[in-house]
Write a new protein. Structure first.
Length: 460
């Protein structure tokens, strides 16, 4: 018997059905059902014989899901109903007892928490994989000078290794965010029923232990309403993808003829359909493009959740496509970044040539005057005047005459000024922790390795 006298309209059925995308929850739904059946028997809610029949049927379903032979039916609304139908086909009357003490509301929330936990673990591992590559590449290029930029204008020289390590620290923070997502999936929703709990003496802690949850959700209403962990994953993924977008943007710039700082390997580039000479850094460009796609999923999910009354509403079905697409996109982004950065070639001569621009030493000249007693703001004005004089006359800073220096400031010692501009001395002057001097970068490498090892030792 059915509550409804009329069949569902075709358009509504297509709107309502989620099997086309939620089939990805099948392995988690099977795991959950095995644990649920074990608990029901342990609490004497079903018989041991029914439990065994359910376990045997679920083992068949697990294999069918794994090898792609699961027989989906035309009337399967979602993966949960499909699995229950199949279990009943295999286990007979016992199959009808599988749903005792649970609702699709807490069932779906549990599957989603399990999927999100695994996705966060995978993303955390992938971020550390890229950190390891960045540390290795940074060490190989530790003392390669290059110009650093602000506003995309040459600002101060840095070492390439120092620049690459900036992304390592970003990804280490990303790892921490994904770990926080794992923590957010800790409370088990199952056992909350539709919204008010179950009419049976269930053992939720038993199920939590079997499924890897750290606790149980304390409020049944909150349990079925909660998708915070999905928002948390999407937020962490958005930030990580944004970091990768910035990395991709720099590789695109650096590999252009105008910069000429690097060349991506052929494995991570493509050609033109019409211009035979072209080698396009398409992998780097797609790192840029995936970031707004992922952050768009976060924005959509906030839109779905922002005005929903408690508890479960069908709107929440939209969580799956947002999460699944973000997970897939970030997996590709991190894999591509690993492959591209691990095989990229940097061009030392071009980097060095660009970093020899003496105007990059302007701040160091100002600091030189500070050490001789002039307030920094006055120093800034003095050096700005020197730069203006040099630029207007088509000279470099070292081509200014001693008289011009003396006219700018009596504290500007010519011998010290010219020495400061020789041999990239301004690069090694950044001796503060976290700076770009060779000693500071070597120390930073050690700190990064330690941080990586600590992150890798995180107990999954």
């Amino acid at each position: 018997m059915s509550r409804f006298a009329e069949p569902q309209a075709d358009a509504f059925r297509r709107l309502n059905d989620s099997l086309a995308f939620d089939w990805r929850l099948a392995p988690f739904d099977v795991q959950q059902s095995v644990a649920h059946a074990s608990m029901l028997a342990a609490q004497e809610i079903i018989s041991d014989e029914d439990r065994d029949a359910l376990h045997a049927a679920l083992a068949v379903v697990a294999k069918e899901v794994s090898d792609g032979t699961f027989p989906f039916a035309e009337n399967d609304e979602d993966v949960h109903m499909a699995i229950e139908r199949r279990v009943t086909e295999l286990a007979g009357e016992a199959g009808g007892r599988l749903h005792t003490g649970r609702s699709r509301n807490d069932q779906v929330a549990t599957d989603m928490a399990m999927f999100t936990r695994q996705a966060a673990l995978d993303s955390a591992d992938a971020s550390l994989g890229l950190v390891e590559i960045l540390i290795d590449v940074a060490e190989r290029h530790l003392d390669w000078p290059m110009p650093g930029y602000t506003h995309l204008q040459r600002a101060q020289p840095v070492y390439l290794g120092h620049h690459l390590l900036a992304y390592a620290w970003m990804l280490l923070r990303d790892h921490g965010r994904f770990v926080a997502v794992v923590d957010a999936t800790g409370p088990l929703p199952l056992g909350a029923g539709a919204l008010a709990g179950a009419n049976f003496n269930t053992d939720r802690l038993m199920v939590a232990g079997e499924l890897g949850f750290t606790s149980v959700a304390e409020n049944s209403i909150d349990a079925v309403s909660n998708r915070d962990f999905v928002l948390d994953y999407l937020a962490a993924a958005s930030t990580c993808a944004t970091h990768m977008s910035r990395l991709g943007a720099e590789i695109v710039l650096w590999s252009s003829e105008e910069f000429g700082f690097c060349e991506v390997s052929d494995a991570w580039a493509s050609g033109s359909s019409i211009m035979p000479q072209k080698k396009n850094p398409d992998a780097a460009e797609l790192l840029r493009a995936k970031a707004p796609r992922i952050s768009g999923r976060l924005a959509t999910m906030y839109g779905v959740m922002h005005g929903l009354p408690l508890t479960y509403n069908k709107d929440m079905q939209e969580d799956k496509e947002q999460l699944f697409d973000a997970v897939d996109s970030l997996e590709l982004v991190l894999a591509a970044a690993q492959g591209m950065i691990g095989t990229i070639t940097f061009k030392r001569e071009r980097l060095a040539q660009a970093s020899e621009d003496e105007f990059l030493a302007a701040t160091d000249v100002a600091d030189y005057l500070v050490k001789r007693g002039l307030p920094f703001r006055q120093c800034h004005g003095v050096v700005a005047g020197l730069v203006r004089t040099a630029v207007s006359s088509g000279r470099t800073l070292s081509e200014l005459t001693p008289q011009e220096l003396a006219d700018a400031s009596p504290l500007l010692d010519a011998e010290g000024f010219y020495a400061l501009l020789r041999d990239g001395a301004w690069l090694e002057s950044k001796v503060s922790r976290g700076g770009t001097s060779s000693a500071s970068v070597r120390a930073q490498l050690e700190h990064a390795r330690t941080a990586l090892q600590q992150a890798q030792a995180w107990p999954r």
